[in-house]
Ligand binder design. Structure first.
Ligand SMILES: CC(C)(COP(=O)(O)OP(=O)(O)OC[C@H]1O[C@@H](n2cnc3c(N)ncnc32)[C@H](O)[C@@H]1OP(=O)(O)O)[C@@H](O)C(=O)NCCC(=O)NCCS
Length: 166
């Protein structure tokens, strides 16, 4: 789920930025873990790449969660994390919407869930902005998280609303 990935990736990025050489094995394990998701579940998070500079901006997208999380299992989770210099440019919103389009139109799932720490203002804002409904809070280990859901019907309404404002 998103929060779990956030923790994993925070560690990953800290490692990457502070001491990459000593933790190569750990980094390879993370890459293999994500690759395995594609093999097992035919989906995993996507890299966001700047088309002009080819720079890695961060990651976004779906994960098929098989572990029991907040009484849910075998569901699609939406998550994202960007390098700090790319925050505040609308990239999380834009890439999250593309991920939802993929979920509903290509994978053809009926619903997508997401979780964000209640303290993470940015992440909660993005989820609410793209139409996720806050259902409840729960604890992931000792972190209080918001639990969100969106379905195809809500997504269609959101797209219709945004077209009206264009
Ligand atoms: C959370 C995160 C993905 C947001 O990415 P972003 O590209 O900056 O988000 P957007 O630019 O699409 O912002 C969408 C909205 O959220 C708001 N927002 C973004 N970060 C915010 C923050 N820290 N506090 C309050 N609002 C915030 C923006 O102002 C914008 O609102 P607006 O449309 O009304 O102007 C990014 O800050 C990040 O990678 N954080 C670290 C990792 C993380 O927390 N991942 C989520 C795991 S659950």
């Amino acid at each position: 789920m998103g929060c779990l990935n956030l923790i994993l990736t925070l560690k990953f990025i800290n490692i990457l930025e502070t001491n990459p050489g000593n933790n190569k094995e750990q980094i390879i394990n993370v890459i293999n873990f994500i690759r395995q998701q594609y093999i097992d579940n035919r989906i995993g998070r996507w890299a966001i790449i700047d088309k002009i500079t080819n720079e890695f901006i961060g990651w976004t997208g779906l994960k098929f969660v098989t572990e029991l999380t907040n009484n849910h299992q075998n569901y699609y989770d939406l998550g994202y994390r960007l390098k700090r210099k790319y925050w505040g440019k609308g990239i999380a919103t834009e890439t999250a919407l593309i991920s939802l389009e993929y979920a509903f139109n290509i994978i053809k799932t009926e619903e997508v869930f997401a979780a964000a720490s209640v303290e993470n203002m940015g992440s909660n804002k993005v989820l609410q902005k793209i139409g996720f409904k806050l259902l409840e809070t729960f604890y992931y280990e000792d972190i209080k998280c918001n639990w969100y859901r969106i379905d195809k019907k809500i997504m269609k309404i959101r797209i219709a609303e945004s077209l009206k404002t264009v």
